[in-house]
Ligand binder design. Structure first.
Ligand code: CA
Length: 226
């Protein structure tokens, strides 16, 4: 269950947000003061924090600073009646993901929470790992243990495709499509795949990887440990 922290001193508003989000299967904690918010932030991790700026006992902006100092990655939406450009820029610079001025519709708040959670999940998932091989899908880089491996674009696509289909036999036809898109139909044989596979294997091996890419006679290739 996704966890939300509502840091908001207007009790009616806090309650209506919690009720609405509760119905959408979020689990909500509430804090009504700066101090309560600060304590909960330090104690738990949340998928998304709704942060009011004008709080009894302090400024919500300082809570963003606290999250940053603690190197936390909770999603944050600032919900504030202080709709000034300075607050907005300040908040976003300090790591808030979004800024929703009051008053707002709860359905809009909910949509923005969902967007942030989706984004965080995607970013948390930007690496493919297989034994000593790591692919960073955002930076498009490949490492074997700590060694950077320089691959051509085609070799990179080939490796990602094999990793996404590990332990399955992949036909040369499927590989051709994966690495050349619609152009696959233009090839009358798949010898070029053999060449790319050979180069990929050589580069991975010289960076220190074991030989995981097996050729399956008459069928294609398979990336596997055994
Ligand atoms: Ca307030």
């Amino acid at each position: 269950m996704m966890k939300i922290l509502i840091i908001e001193d207007e009790k009616e508003l806090s309650k209506s947000i919690a009720t609405y989000l509760g119905r959408e299967n979020y689990q909500c904690d509430t804090a009504f003061t700066y101090k309560e918010g600060s304590a909960l932030l330090a104690e738990k991790d949340f998928d998304c924090i709704l942060l009011d700026l004008s709080l009894p006992g302090g400024d919500g902006i300082q809570l963003l600073q606290q999250l940053k100092d603690d190197q936390k990655t909770d999603g944050v939406i600032i919900i504030s009646a202080r709709d000034s450009i300075d607050d907005k820029i300040n908040g976003l610079q300090l790591g808030a993901d979004d800024y929703l001025p009051k008053p707002f519709h709860l359905s809009e708040l909910s949509a923005r929470i969902a967007a942030i959670i989706r984004r965080k999940q995607y970013q948390g998932n930007n690496a493919l790992q297989f034994e000593e091989i790591t692919v960073d899908l955002l930076a498009k880089t490949v490492k074997v243990n700590k060694n950077q491996v320089d691959l051509t674009k085609t070799e990179y696509q080939l490796l990602v495709y094999l990793l996404n289909n590990k332990n399955r036999v992949i036909s040369k036809n499927a590989i051709a499509e994966a690495i050349s898109g619609d152009g696959a139909a233009l090839y009358d044989n798949f010898d070029f795949i053999y060449v790319h596979i050979k180069n990929l294997k050589k580069k991975l091996a010289s960076a220190g990887a074991a030989d995981y890419i097996k050729s399956i006679y008459g069928m294609g290739y398979k990336l596997t440990i055994t």
